[in-house]
Design a protein around this ligand. Structure first.
Ligand code: ARG
Length: 282
């Protein structure tokens, strides 16, 4: 494989995370969740802390939202909202088990800075299904977010939305099947998308990194990129090698406990994008 000639540059990010203090799997709303299998909250906390420390070591800012007892999925902070230029669309969860999280995220944004906070009328699960790719937003549907939510996101966030249909229940959120690497480069698993969506992706991203099914199955695409470092589950070794060939620095993490809830690195990480780019350091 030829080396990518472009040097990769990291930019400082601002993330919101939620400690898994009350993490467990007590219900099942995706095929990864088995309430009959034991979970270890202490292990989840230790793995999550390593992820947070890694972001800090990479120079990023991490803010925290207080976890709430009885909302075990709150650790998957990516689902709480979508933020672009200080505009926030708050999630409106599909399942009753997570509905209580919306108010918590709304309140956090209202109390932390100059965000323009809009509660969503339509079902959407934040950055689980909305991924900002340069000037556009890639928006998943099929399992969680409602297609009607896509127009709402476009109106509120002011960026064109490209709708993509997911077809494999294991990849129920867009961020389980596709990762944003840079403004114009993505990695994805074609098999997770309906044929028409595959065509759209192939056309928009002819240079995309194509993931192997085995890497997707360990949540390798649930990755967080700062433009240079790509934080992803360490079991996704083929994907890590492909990223290295393209000039990225893959950083493997172990989030095996949080995978029992159907999430990994990206699910735990909500990016706060500010109108003033220097705002990332606020
Ligand atoms: N148990 C959670 C759910 O099914 C996991 C969410 C994972 N988050 C993500 N961004 N994909 O809703």
């Amino acid at each position: 494989m030829p080396q990518d000639p472009h040097p990769r540059t990291a930019s400082r990010r601002h993330y919101l995370m939620c400690p898994p203090t009350y993490f467990t799997v007590s219900y099942s709303i995706n095929p990864w969740m088995h309430p009959d299998r034991p979970t270890d909250t202490d292990v989840a906390v230790a793995q999550w802390e390593r992820l947070r420390d890694l972001f800090l070591d990479l120079g990023h800012r991490v803010d925290l939202i207080e976890p709430i007892p009885g909302l075990p999925d709150m650790v998957y902070a990516a689902n709480g909202a979508t933020v672009l230029d200080d505009k926030v669309v708050v999630a409106n969860f599909r399942h009753a088990e997570r509905a209580g999280e919306s108010a918590a995220y709304k309140e956090w944004f209202q109390n932390h800075g100059d965000y323009d906070v809009v509660p969503a009328a339509h079902i959407n699960e934040g950055e689980g299904d909305y991924l900002v790719s340069g000037t556009r937003i890639l928006a998943g549907t099929g399992f969680r977010s409602d297609p009607a939510a896509h127009q709402e996101a476009e109106d509120v966030l002011g960026a064109p939305v490209v709708g993509l249909t997911l077809v494999d229940p294991r990849y129920y959120h867009l961020d389980t099947a596709l990762s944003i690497l840079t403004e114009d480069l993505i990695a994805y698993l074609p098999e997770a998308f309906a044929p028409a969506s595959r065509e759209v992706l192939a056309q928009l991203y002819p240079d995309a990194v194509i993931a192997d099914p085995d890497d997707a199955a360990v949540f390798g695409l649930n990755a967080v990129s700062d433009g240079r470092h790509v934080v992803l589950p360490k079991a996704a070794d083929r994907l890590a090698a492909k990223l290295a060939e393209r000039g990225f620095e893959p950083v493997g993490v172990d989030l095996s406990e949080l995978l029992k809830g159907g999430g990994s690195a990206k699910c735990c990480t909500l990016e706060l994008r500010h109108a003033d780019p220097t705002g990332a350091a606020r």
